[in-house]
Design a protein around this ligand. Structure first.
Ligand code: NA7
Length: 554
């Protein structure tokens, strides 16, 4: 790998991995990785361990991916720290000390940076670089990857570690750019602290990002107006410092803890697993007590109170009604409480985890506006207008989420065999085999791609499972002297059918979630993640053991 001036685009492949310097890169590598979040870092580390030459292109100016961009007040992981961390290195997982039960964004970012330094990854990270296109050259079995900095790198393999929540969704409201004050998106928050003291703030959205940030913004701002289209279910985090005895017990057998978690449907939560009992098989009093215990424990395990909450509508309604009772208890104004009460299936949109969300609506400086009933008509220079009224504020926060799972992949002009464009292939929704490979796109792998458990799991576990599988696959190809691997159309068709069939047996498709792409106007409605980590991981292992069944290679 050389600078462009020193070496033309058609020059001989270089053997050494490049230094991530400022001049455009041109050359030939084993592997290009797109994204330096947790997936990209793990993939690079694995590639280095295998002696592969590799580079990572990263749009941000640092590592961390989701945790690089989502710096909004209160940003915090909803999976416990001792689980939301890498397991590939025993010394790392023993030495790193998380301070809280749920890690904050700054702590997660420190962890990502620590990993980059500890494993000597920085030399192959090229920041501030957006990949524009990737084209597959069938005659050479190589990808050519081009970037907005003029890089033009050829590589045998291309790994898209682009993340599931990395393309923000900014609704195209009329007059959007006319607002005179500062605007922020939770998923692209400034690096400098934002001080809302004395300001009138408007926030659009009541998903996880809003639910985490609203209590903090409300405590700072002169006033906060929350524009809610759909009320969401949220469960208290009961966050706090990590219990040292709990940490010591986990670290005494971290491998065992990881192994137990990998047998959980969402790949987390073995210390408080799902109960294997129907919500409809117990008395009302027993059910109430079980929900209450889970509520007091806090966080996502609430949905593990019974084994049929996501399978049976009647069971689901018992959990939904429990949370609605909690809202009634916490919010003093009955009209506001009523508006905050979600009506959809609980768990169908990702359950939120909060600290003081519902109580925030008891503050005199917080107003809740129902833009489900009276939608936002336009952004104005001084605020926004709904079909009902005008609202004025000094700062506007968009907490409007992401074009999830496919947004970033489809922004890159990826062209596979015979000139087929990924944008065309996925026109009616994403199609993959195992969420890892795409028919027509040889030697391209997606980490936590659509069709894999990804966002329904502890992402770190899913990422490492994919990194392991991809690394093993590349190793296998090398040992076999093969240059190319590609999912077959037939395997892909069966897989897409399988992912849909699994989802259709549950209540997940019953609401307008981003799992379905339903939050982005015009996006095809397809349930993208696969439910259930253990069966999936076992299946991936079987595919590999069977000589990469469902793929052609040569
Ligand atoms: P989410 O969960 O997608 O939430 C986005 C919110 O923005 C949600 O309340 C949306 O309402 C609202 N929204 C989106 N577009 C509009 C328009 N046009 N008008 C009014 N309101 C709108 O994103 P988050 O960033 O909070 O969380 C994403 C994930 O990150 C989360 O699931 C966790 O896994 C972590 P809607 O519900 O669509 O009616």
């Amino acid at each position: 790998m050389q600078q462009r001036d020193a070496m033309g685009p058609d020059s001989t492949p270089a053997q050494q991995p490049p230094a991530a310097d400022a001049a455009p890169l041109v050359g030939d590598l084993d592997l290009v990785i797109v994204g330096a979040g947790f997936a990209g870092l793990a993939m690079l580390n694995r590639a280095r361990g295998m002696g592969l030459s590799a580079i990572v292109f990263e749009r941000g100016d640092g590592v961390g991916g989701t945790w690089y961009w989502n710096r909004y007040p209160g940003a915090r992981c909803d999976v416990e720290s001792l689980e939301y961390s890498y397991q590939f290195d025993e010394v790392l997982q023993q030495e790193w000390q998380w301070s809280e039960r749920y890690a904050t964004q700054p702590e997660l970012l420190r962890y990502a940076n620590h990993v980059a330094d500890r494993f000597g990854l920085r030399g192959q990270l090229r920041f501030g670089t957006t990949v524009l296109a990737a084209d597959y050259d069938e005659s050479a079995d190589r990808w050519t990857v081009t970037t907005d900095r003029g890089d033009r790198v050829r590589a045998r393999f291309l790994v898209m570690a682009t993340g599931c929540l990395s393309s923000t969704n900014l609704p195209d409201f009329p007059g959007r750019d006319s607002f005179a004050g500062p605007t922020y998106h939770t998923g692209q928050w400034p690096h400098e602290p934002v001080d809302f003291t004395g300001k009138r703030v408007g926030i659009i959205g009541t998903g996880s990002s809003a639910i985490q940030s609203i209590p903090i913004i409300a405590a700072q701002a002169r006033s906060l107006t929350v524009f809610q289209r759909t009320a969401n279910y949220t469960v208290p985090a009961y966050n706090g410092p990590i219990d040292p005895d709990y940490e010591a017990a986990i670290k005494a057998d971290y491998a065992g803890f990881r192994a137990r978690n990998s047998q959980m449907m969402p790949a987390y939560g073995s210390s408080y697993p799902r109960r294997d009992e129907s919500a409809l098989s117990v008395t009302d009093a027993e059910r109430e007590q079980i929900f209450e215990e889970r509520w007091r424990h806090g966080g996502l395990p609430f949905m593990g109170a019974f084994n049929d909450l996501m399978l049976d509508d009647r069971a689901n309604r018992t959990a939904a009604e429990f949370v609605r009772r909690k809202i009634r208890e916490q919010v003093r104004d009955p009209a506001v409480a009523d508006l905050l009460m979600p009506r959809q299936t609980i768990g169908c949109k990702r359950l939120c985890v909060d600290t003081g969300y519902y109580e925030t609506f008891n503050r005199p400086n917080v107003t809740l506006v129902d833009v489900g009933r009276a939608p936002i008509e336009a952004i104005t220079p001084t605020g926004l207008r709904t079909t009902d009224a005008d609202y004025e504020f000094d700062c506007l926060v968009y907490a409007t989420g992401f074009d999830a799972m496919t947004g970033t992949l489809l922004k890159i002009a990826i062209t596979g065999r015979q000139g087929q464009r990924l944008q065309d292939k996925w026109h009616a929704g994403p199609r993959t085999y195992l969420g890892l490979g795409i028919a027509g796109f040889p030697n391209l792998f997606t980490i936590s791609g659509p069709g894999s458990p990804s966002v329904l799991t502890n992402m770190l576990v899913s990422i490492e499972q994919h990194v392991g599988w991809i690394g093993d696959c590349i190793d296998w190809l090398r040992r076999q002297g093969k240059q190319r691997i590609e999912a077959t159309e037939a395997a892909e068709d069966r897989w897409v059918e399988h992912v849909n069939a699994v989802a259709d047996r549950t209540l997940y498709p019953s609401c307008n979630s981003w799992y379905l792409g339903a939050n982005v106007p015009g996006k095809t409605r397809v349930f993208m993640p696969l439910i259930g980590f253990p069966a999936y991981a076992a299946h991936c292992a079987e595919v590999a053991a069977a000589g990469y069944d469902g793929f052609v290679h040569g």
